[in-house]
Structure formats: structure tokens, C-alpha cells
Design a protein around this ligand. Structure first.
Ligand SMILES: [Mn+2]
Length: 470
């Protein structure tokens, strides 16, 4: 009954139209790229309606935040890209307010009170992890409010990419938003080499940092990347400046792709090397906002470094926000590099627990808690890490709690990471949330050692099942 979702969206929009226009709308959204684009789509739609709003972006919706929202003077609250997993808290604390939830996460199992307008694709039998993102849900809602909001469709595409819904191709529903954006002239699709950061990194740096695909003998070394270009007959420099991918002629691009395919050998063909790129209209070639994938990374960096407002401003096209957001990306990359250096140096110490089928990285105060998830993701893609290895990263928040993130290397069976983490926190306390492929939790810092012990026993058992499935 996937056709039920448009009905849910239409009902949510109809309910929203009945809200008194003078009320200030409180927007609460998630701090990743999807959450930031979701908030930006809603903010933009409200602005066009002449409605006032106040947005707040949070790393996760906690009991404490819901309690704060309850005390605020706002009488209408719209939760975007979160809320479904916190229905119980919302039901307990926000009775008497007008509440909308526009989300695509898994419900927490408790019922939804009738005074909450709950719009989630999962309620209509859709797959919230693949079919549509939080920004997508908000976009369809905005389009229902005003059909000319299709000018915001590119933000829904950026949100979907931020939630990795483009992997293996967009779902039909995500594709409709892509088509809206193309029709609106805000985005175009171009097939090209699958590099990340084409807007901001010169060619040899793209090669050095290429992990998908991992180019044997090239990835990881600037010198090898330069030698590779020389052998392929492609100039890395033009005069005294480095060349970028967009500086190459079509012929040179062809040479580059063939040379990479050659190095991948039987592991890859054209398909591994080429990808669709989603280009944002009106952005110069060297801009961090010209490629939707890179745009989503900029937003992630803003959210994780506590500058989500800058990210929303960048989505809305504000020039000074865009400048600050691009600087935030550099700062964020710097923090990641520092944390990964720490990880390399800490291998073999007690702070990196390497068991059979799992790694637990105990960052404590050596990295900002908001990048724990990214560290776990990067480590889970480390070449040589056996498929099915669980990677857990832990970092202290500084308020007596610790952030925990879990990822898995490759995939052998369809393990639900949120469930795995939930089983651990059930033993040691803490709240787990997230998705099948990426989950997180917040535990008490005092319980770190107990958490690690419980994690070891649960992950050892899970890893055994993973290896049987392989
Ligand atoms: Mn999302």
C-alpha cells in the first residue's frame, strides 16, 4: 500500500493549513545533511507563505530537549528527520501543543497520540532507509502546500544523498524529486569519474583520496598519484597551478578512466569507475556546492561542528553562510585527519580493542563526539578489514555522557546495527537509535568500561554469525 503515502502527505499539509498563520513555527531537526536540508526546505516554504519560524538543529532528540521544547512559548512544533523514534517522549511531554512529525526513521514501538500529525513513509509500507529521506518527506509536504515549491527539490536530492540513498540507484520516489529538480532547472545529472570532492580538490588529490574505488598503488600516496598521471599522459599542472577534473578535455578524461580501469584489473570495470554526478545549477566549477554529494558533506561538517545554522543558510543560498560553510568543511576535514592519526597511533594500545570480528575505538576526549560516527565509517572501509567486522567508536560529550557509534565493514547478512547496539545498551543502560546500517547511542561516561565489556560479548557472538554467513 505504498500509494498510501501521498494521502498521508496531503493530510499533513491540510492539517498544517488549519494552523493559525500568526503562530511562530518551531522547527526541530537532525544535525546531519538530511536533517539540515529538511529544515531548510521547511524554512524556505514557510518564508514563502509569510510565516515566521525558529529552527533548532540537534544531534539527537533526547528527553531533555523534548522537555525544553515543552517549556518554550511555541505552540506549533514541526519535527523533521526525527521524532518517529521518540513518539513516547513527545506523547508524554507535548500534549496541548500542535505537533507535526515529518520523518522517515523507524517508530519506537509506542502508539502515536491522535493530536500528533505523523507523516512517515514507513506507515504506508515504504522503506524509509531507501525510498525517501527526511528532506524528501518535507519536500513532498512543501510541494503539497504550494506546487511552486518544486524549486526546492534539489535540497531533497542532497538530503537523500546525505543518507546514502543514491547507492545502487535512486528509488522511484527519490527519482521523482530528482526529476522535479531537473525540471525546475536547479540540478543536472552528468556521468563522469566517480571521485569525491571534484569541486575542491585538484586531480592528483582526488586520486590520492579515492577509496571508492580503491585504486591499488595509487590511493593513499600523493607521489604515486602524480606518477600515475604522468604514466597516463595527463598533466597534473598547468603552469604554476594544479589542474582540476573539470580542466581535463573529454579525451583526457577518457584516458584517465581507462588507466584506472587498467589498474583495477578484474576487480572493476567502467561501472566501478564511473558514476552519475548531480550538479547544482548556478555554482562555479570550483565551488564546494557544485556537486550535490560534496554539498551534503559540507552540511554534515556544519552539523557536526555545531554550525547547522550556517548549513541552513547555505541551503537557502546566502553568500556569507556559503563562505562560512565551505570553511567549516576544511576545519572538519582537519579534525578527522587528527582523529585518524590518533587512531593509527593508538592501535595496539588499550584504547583500540581489536577482537575477532570487531574493533572498539575508545576516543574518550581525543576527538569531538560528533565525529565518532564518521570515524567508525572511515575505519569500517579500511582496506584489509574483513567483511562483517563491526566497528564501534566512542567519544565523550563532556556532560557526563559518551557518544557511541557502530558501523560494519561490507555486509554478509542483513544485520540490524540498531538492534545490535540496543542489545548492548539494554545491559549497560543508554538509548540507542539510528538505522540498520548506522546506529548510535548515548551512554553514561561512568559506564564506558561496562559498555565495552558487554559490547565484546555481543559482538563476538554476532561476528561469529557474520562469518558463518560469509
Ligand atoms: Mn534522515
Amino acid at each position: 500500500m505504498a500509494e498510501g503515502f501521498p494521502v498521508l502527505v496531503a493530510e499533513a499539509a491540510a492539517a498544517f493549513r488549519r494552523v493559525e498563520p500568526e503562530l511562530v513555527v518551531r522547527i526541530i531537526s537532525h544535525h546531519d545533511a538530511d536533517g539540515i536540508t529538511a529544515a531548510a526546505v521547511l524554512a524556505s516554504a514557510l518564508r514563502r507563505m509569510g510565516r515566521r519560524f525558529a529552527a533548532r538543529i540537534v544531534p539527537q532528540l533526547t528527553e531533555e530537549i523534548v522537555a525544553q521544547v515543552a517549556r518554550e512559548p511555541y505552540n506549533i512544533i514541526v519535527f523533521t528527520d526525527l521524532g518517529t523514534g521518540q513518539l513516547r517522549m513527545i506523547a508524554d511531554r507535548l500534549d496541548g501543543k500542535r505537533v507535526f512529525i515529518l520523518d522517515h526513521h523507524q517508530p519506537d514501538g509506542s502508539g502515536c497520540p491522535d493530536w500528533v500529525v505523523h507523516c512517515n513513509p514507513r506507515l504506508a509500507g515504504l522503506d524509509g532507509a531507501k525510498d525517501i529521506s527526511g528532506a524528501g518527506v518535507v519536500y513532498l509536504f512543501a510541494k503539497e502546500l504550494d506546487p511552486t515549491n518544486t524549486g526546492l527539490a534539489h535540497l531533497a536530492v542532497i538530503g537523500a544523498i546525505g543518507d546514502v540513498q543514491d547507492k545502487g540507484g535512486f528509488s522511484p520516489l527519490n527519482r521523482t524529486m530528482l526529476e522535479d529538480a531537473i525540471r525546475a532547472g536547479t540540478l543536472s545529472v552528468e556521468r563522469g569519474p566517480r571521485f569525491f570532492g571534484t569541486g575542491t580538490r585538484p586531480l592528483h588529490k582526488l586520486l590520492e583520496f579515492s577509496t571508492e574505488p580503491f585504486i591499488p598503488g595509487v590511493t593513499g600516496s600523493e607521489r604515486s598519484a602524480l606518477a600515475f598521471l604522468r604514466e597516463a599522459g595527463i598533466e597534473a599542472r598547468s603552469g604554476d597551478r594544479w589542474r582540476y577534473l573539470h580542466d581535463l578535455s573529454a579525451e583526457e578524461t577518457g584516458k584517465l578512466v581507462r588507466a584506472i580501469v587498467g589498474l583495477l584489473g578484474e576487480r572493476g570495470g567502467q561501472e566501478q569507475v564511473m558514476a552519475d554526478r548531480y550538479l547544482i545549477a548556478g555554482e562555479g566549477k570550483g565551488s564546494a556546492f557544485s556537486d550535490a554529494r560534496e554539498f551534503s558533506t559540507v552540511l554534515n561538517a556544519c552539523g557536526r561542528l555545531g554550525r547547522a545554522g550556517t548549513g541552513i543558510g547555505a541551503c537557502l543560498g546566502d553568500p556569507s553562510s556559503k563562505r562560512r560553510a565551505a570553511e567549516t568543511l576544511s576545519a572538519y576535514r582537519q579534525e578527522l585527519i587528527m582523529a585518524l592519526r590518533w587512531y593509527d597511533a593508538a592501535k595496539g594500545s588499550g584504547r583500540v580493542v581489536a577482537g575477532d570480528g570487531y574493533r572498539i575505538i575508545d576516543l574518550q576526549d581525543d576527538a569531538r563526539h560528533a565525529i565518532a560516527g564518521t570515524i567508525a565509517s572511515i575505519v569500517s572501509r579500511e582496506p584489509g578489514l574483513p567483511k562483517g567486522t563491526f566497528v564501534v567508536a566512542m567519544a565523550r560529550i563532556g556532560d557526563g555522557t559518551t557518544k557511541v557509534s557502530i558501523r560494519i565493514a561490507g555486509r554478509t547478512r542483513d544485520t540490524d546495527l540498531k538492534e545490535v547496539l540496543g542489545e548492548i545498551t539494554e545491559k549497560t543502560g543508554g538509548e540507542a537509535g539510528g538505522h540498520r546500517n548506522a546506529a548510535g547511542a548515548r551512554i553514561r561516561t561512568a559506564d564506558e568500561a561496562a559498555f565495552i565489556a558487554a559490547a565484546r560479548s555481543v559482538l563476538e557472538r554476532e561476528a561469529m554469525e557474520e562469518s558463518i554467513a560469509a
